[in-house]
Design a protein around this ligand. Structure first.
Ligand code: 13P
Length: 274
């Protein structure tokens, strides 16, 4: 039983300008997922989200109004301050004005190429949660870290700092999360490489993350916090991953770009719900 439902989230990264975004939603509207998936989307047991690049957010938000099932849009990167001299950044209130209330934080590409640290991930995550956003906080180890047996230590440190946890305390932000925090476990070596984690590897990490959340957020808040898997998820491997007890959905890059692929992922999500 998936007590937290199943969430399929597409991270489009730096893909899909206005024309391609419109085309994606046109095809999604015209083809649509199975009636079973639509029914589960309508009951919110299955959730469909996409994270387009900044310039496509407004058109994506307009396009989803034409779908016959709920679909939500979010931003890939948001600053912790509400306004100011931060060239190249956008803020929570700017997204709220567009009707958007979702964002990613801590994606490994932000960490790898744009100097994001656990501390800046904490600032973005905390600020967005305080502004009532739903946040997908991404964590995951590199290949070298896995090979050195450091997977759990790295992921725990990423979660601990991002959630403002000092020593062995409970997270100070736990009290106002209310189901709005989502964790994505994305092993860096699996992102965009085709080297998907095996269901056993993913489940092992997810079980560790769930255990951590139960201790550091408290059982009630942790029970409402989904943990998604990300890293070379495709329609072909989604069923096996989503069948794992502690995997509550997927954060998908490449395979989420085409409407056909997104639809197949939603249908896999519906099957996982039984
Ligand atoms: P891929 O699905 O393309 O491997 O990307 C995963 C990812 O980084 C999602 O955030």
């Amino acid at each position: 039983v998936k007590s937290r439902g199943v969430l399929i989230a597409g991270n489009w990264k730096m893909n899909h300008g206005l024309v391609e975004t419109r085309e994606f939603f046109r095809l999604l509207r015209e083809t649509g997922p199975s009636l079973d998936a639509i029914e589960k989307l309508r009951s919110a047991r299955l959730r469909a989200w996409a994270f387009p690049p900044m310039t496509s957010l407004q058109v994506a938000e307009a396009e989803i109004q034409n779908l016959v099932f709920p679909f939500r849009i979010g931003a890939q990167n948001v600053h912790w301050e509400k306004s100011g001299a931060f060239t190249g950044e956008i803020s929570g209130p700017m997204l709220t004005e567009l009707g958007l209330g979702r964002a990613l934080t801590g994606h490994s590409e932000r960490r790898q190429y744009f100097g994001e640290t656990n501390e800046t991930v904490r600032k973005r995550t905390e600020s967005l949660l305080k502004q009532d956003f739903q946040v997908i906080l991404c964590v995951g180890e590199t290949k070298a870290e896995r090979e050195a047996g450091k997977t759990f230590a790295i992921v725990e440190e990423q979660l601990r700092v991002a959630l403002g946890i000092v020593e062995t305390s409970v997270s100070p932000i736990a009290e106002y999360l209310d189901g709005r925090l989502i964790i994505a476990y994305e092993p860096v070596w699996a992102i965009g490489t085709g080297l998907t984690a095996t269901p056993a590897q993913a489940e092992e990490a997810h079980a560790m993350i769930r255990d951590f959340l139960t201790k550091r957020l408290g059982p009630a808040v942790a029970a409402k916090t989904p943990v998604l898997y990300g890293g070379s998820v495709t329609p072909e491997n989604a069923d096996a991953l989503l069948a794992c007890e502690n995997i509550d959905g997927a954060l998908v890059g490449g395979a989420s770009l085409k409407a056909k692929g997104f639809i197949s992922l939603l249908e896999a999500g519906a099957r996982a719900l039984g």
